[in-house]
Design a protein around this ligand. Structure first.
Ligand SMILES: NC(=O)c1ccc[n+]([C@@H]2O[C@H](COP(=O)([O-])OP(=O)(O)OC[C@H]3O[C@@H](n4cnc5c(N)ncnc54)[C@H](OP(=O)(O)O)[C@@H]3O)[C@@H](O)[C@H]2O)c1
Length: 275
């Protein structure tokens, strides 16, 4: 995993975010998550992406605290769950997340989903948490163009990131362009298509031609587009594979081939359905 720790992007908060983060959605609570995070940190990952809804914040926090890696070198993200949206509820939910994590601050706190009627109040709560320096950066997730255009005019702080599903098969070009225009860093979730396109012939062919795995090709595509990428695995060999992205590059022809795979593949929630 040569060079992993050195690739980072500057956020509008001034903080640096490592471009590869370990995702832990569906990583079972308990030893499985603790070991996955410890394995990743041991390999050089310095970024973990959890959420209240993943029910494993306590394990992520325990692994971060016991890893021997200084806290300030690890970028920890968690997210406000939908049932906790609203100004006061969000402040309480943040305190509870921090307590489960056993940390004094998080590096990034995200609105997990643009809950209609509540997302603007929730954002004001995140702005307060940021001003109090308990959330070093704040951002949104699953915000498409309409959601961002609603939020931006009233926001005191522009979101530092927007975490959305992204892969060659779902590129959200209009949302990505709007984020770039406003200096919002784009995070790609489910960058491995949640496992659904790992046998796609075009990606398999690109992978074979450069002697890399399909997963590495999909992840490298995201890196070369400037996204933060959040691959999830609980298997040590795959965690290593997914971080081994800095000793090769995709050439223009390979990038064009992958760019041509857009098919609007949504493997999880589709925020386009959220008014
Ligand atoms: N903000 C949101 O709403 C949102 C939504 C979804 C995801 N996310 C974030 O994004 C992260 C990743 O998304 P995801 O979990 O949906 O999917 P993903 O990373 O696209 O794919 C994970 C799946 O691929 C398998 N896998 C991992 N590495 C592999 C490899 N090298 N070769 C073959 N298979 C591999 C994993 O299995 P094993 O674990 O068995 O290896 C798992 O089944 C989440 O953990 C979460 O942090 C955020």
């Amino acid at each position: 995993m040569s060079g992993l720790a050195s690739t980072a992007i500057r956020l509008n908060s001034g903080a640096l975010i490592p471009q590869v983060g370990l995702g832990v959605w569906q990583s079972p609570a308990g030893a499985t998550t603790r070991e996955a995070v410890l394995t990743a940190l041991g390999l050089g990952y310095r970024h973990v992406d959890t959420a209240r809804a993943y029910s494993n914040e306590a394990d992520v926090g325990a692994a971060v605290r016991s890893s021997g890696v200084p806290r300030e070198q690890i970028f920890v993200t968690t997210k406000l769950w939908n049932a906790d949206q609203g100004y006061d509820q969000a402040l309480r939910a943040f305190d509870a997340s921090l307590a489960r994590l056993g940390l004094e601050y998080v590096d990034l706190y995200l609105l997990h989903w643009p809950v209609a009627g509540k997302r603007l109040d929730s954002w004001r709560a995140l702005e307060r948490l940021h001003d109090e320096k308990r959330a070093r950066s704040i951002g949104v997730s699953n915000f498409l163009v309409a959601h961002l255009k609603e939020l931006l005019p009233s926001a005191k702080h522009v979101p530092a990131v927007n975490q959305i599903e992204l892969s060659p098969f779902l590129q959200r070009a209009d949302t990505v362009a709007l984020c770039l225009e406003h200096g919002i860093v784009v995070e790609a979730y489910s960058p491995l298509t949640h496992g659904q396109r790992l046998g796609h012939p075009a990606v398999v062919e690109v992978a074979r031609s450069i002697g890399r795995s399909v997963a590495q090709v999909l992840l490298r595509w995201g890196l070369q587009h400037g996204f933060v990428i959040l691959p999830k695995s609980t298997k040590p060999a795959r965690i290593a594979e997914n971080g081994g992205l800095f000793d090769f590059a995709l050439d223009d022809a390979a990038m064009r081939r992958l760019d041509a795979l857009e098919e609007g593949l949504v493997t999880g929630w589709d925020p386009a359905t959220q008014p």
